[in-house]
Design a protein around this ligand. Structure first.
Ligand code: NI
Length: 179
């Protein structure tokens, strides 16, 4: 139970399809979840997937309560989601900026479904079934992609909307001043 090293893009573990979790509420699973929550908190992340700390299992954690990295975003309940399934509830897709602890310092604009249903289980095996939109839907899609070996740059439609956070912020400020 501790803060783990987050693997970075280029590590082959991040490209693997993760294994389904066979049983709930056991010491190994509970230790993994504690590591994920500790690591996410230490890095100020909105979410983290088990493969990012080198464990190729279908477990993600996410949640945002007044996160300094996302000051303008809505909050998302702290959630442990195991063996998740995502179902888009409309064809509507929206572009939005994302970052990832495995792609540090960079941001990219990624198309995601705006309205989804997701289901899965918590660490005790209790069913989770939610219908969500917008930022919550974006975070879930980003985290669950990690379980299929997909990092957000692979989802981008325009690689010009990809860059270092500091430069993108400068560019956005310059554009605001020009208005
Ligand atoms: Ni990520």
């Amino acid at each position: 139970m501790s803060v783990k090293k987050v693997l970075r893009m280029g590590d082959p573990v991040l490209l693997k399809v993760a294994e389904a979790v066979p049983t709930f509420n056991n010491p190994a699973l509970n230790a993994l979840i504690k590591d994920l929550l500790d690591t996410m908190a230490a890095q100020d992340g909105a979410g983290l997937a088990a493969p990012q700390i080198g464990v190729s299992q279908r477990v993600v954690v996410f949640g945002i309560a007044a996160n300094p990295r996302y000051p303008d975003e809505e909050s998302i309940p702290m959630t442990v989601l195991i063996n998740p399934v995502i179902e888009p509830l409309s064809d509507e897709v929206e572009e939005g900026w994302e970052g990832c602890l495995s792609v540090p310092g960079l941001r990219g604009r990624v198309p995601r479904y705006t309205h989804i249903r997701y289901s899965g289980f918590d660490q005790f095996g209790v069913k989770i079934d939610r219908e969500v939109r917008d930022f919550h839907a974006r975070v879930v899609q980003h985290e669950c992609d990690h379980l299929d070996g997909i990092l957000y740059p692979q989802r981008m439609s325009d690689m010009r909307a990809f860059g270092f956070e500091a430069e993108l912020e400068k560019a956005a400020e310059a554009e605001n001043e020009g208005q």
